[in-house]
Design a protein around this ligand. Sequence first.
Ligand code: 4AD
Ligand code: MG
Length: 454
Amino acid sequence: MYLKEIMDEAKKYVGKEVSVSGWVRNHRRQKELGFIVFSDGTQFNQLQLIYDNQLSCFEELAALKIGTAIEVRGILQESAGSGQDYELAIQDFKLLGDCPDDYPLQPKPHSPEFLRSIAYLRPRSNLFQAVFRIRSLAAMAIHTYFQDRGYVYLHAPLITASDCEGAGEMFQVTTLPLEQLNGKVDYTKDFFHKKTGLTVSGQLQAETFAMAFSKVYTFGPTFRAEDSNTKTHVAEFWMIEPEIAFCDLDGVMDIEEDMLKFIVQYILEKAHDELVFLDKFAEKGLLQKLEKLVSSTFTRITHEEVISILKKADVRWEFEPKYGEDIAKEHEKYITEYFDGPVFITNWPKEIKSFYMKQNEDGTVRGVDLEVPGIGELIGGSEREADYEKLRTRMEELKMDISEMEWYLNLRKYGSCVHSGFGLGFERLLLYLTGVDNIRDVIAYPRTPGNCEF
Ligand code: 4AD
Ligand code: MG
């Protein structure tokens, strides 16, 4: 059986014989007794196995090393010791896979940096047991949220010719013989007969489906060749991109807020043991932070108002806040602490935002970033420019290759309507949900500049 099946109905199994396979996580030996901390990973909490020298296999049990895979048969009993409600009194065991003393994951505190260096073993650590169970649950929460509300799940293409964000951060996809090109590139000879790359966002394709299904969302990998070595950037990350027809900027903020509260509530209900652990070892006050979010109202404020608050602040900034300019990490931090919770910042200067955002009369666009304490930007979204001429003019101003984007412009020609959407960075969401400090520790095998291991 699996540990979770037994422990979910522990009362029923008390006094009964059960058999379970898993790994030795810790092992404490006394002269006549031994205690093994055992886990098969099907639940966060481990099980204590006990044995004594009355067993014929006592010596073999006592020799078991950390990391060894075993199958044990024993009687489940209520535990007299503190720290656990139940334990398993071993009757017999089978050695499945021995583990030598050089096993790197010995039961002692390990730094995240060390765990990253043994990334193929770190799923066995308590931290990863908690984080990756929450990652799985959060994905389910997101699908549940959108599916229950009638959204259609769209798989946007991963290879594309359109750079949605126009930031020039696309990884190129090519089959051209790079070594033999001598600097001369003829893209008509490339696999797709044109220049292509890995998608930075599924938004543009999601918009085409929103114009047919009204409510859609993507949930898939996105790629950015962004040379930033920070705790919140990876080159391959997962994004959730809902796109909603007949929805304006206020409407999309309502959805973001409702969705985030739903996800947090879902995790609070389904990952209590994991959150208690993370509250202790990753972020003190994590549970309280999440509980507070569910009942709070997010602040909504314009970019201009943000700059005014920053300018009035009694802080020596590294980067002076300026009207019409982007805000820095230190500003995001100040604003989320100032309002003590998530903050929607709207009406950004158009120069620093993407081409597709709905233009206001005053040189701003109807874009919205959701900033959250501890992380900064968690969600980027906007109302989309629905007017053909305005969008075309903006694309021309930005010297975009319009011939490649005719299909996108045509959405504004054939039954255009007000529509909005956003992109939630899944790994950033996980940083918020788990209290983990570095994005490299909430994705299985992080891809960052200079690093593509495993
Ligand atoms: O703000 P971004 O660039 O917005 C878009 O891509 C829009 N097309 C989304 C939309 O409206 N459909 O990215 C959205 C989110 C960010 O807020 C952030 O959470 C995450 O994606 N993100 C990253 N996460 C990890 N590593 C990176 N390098 C990221 N870049 C963006
Ligand atoms: Mg953004």
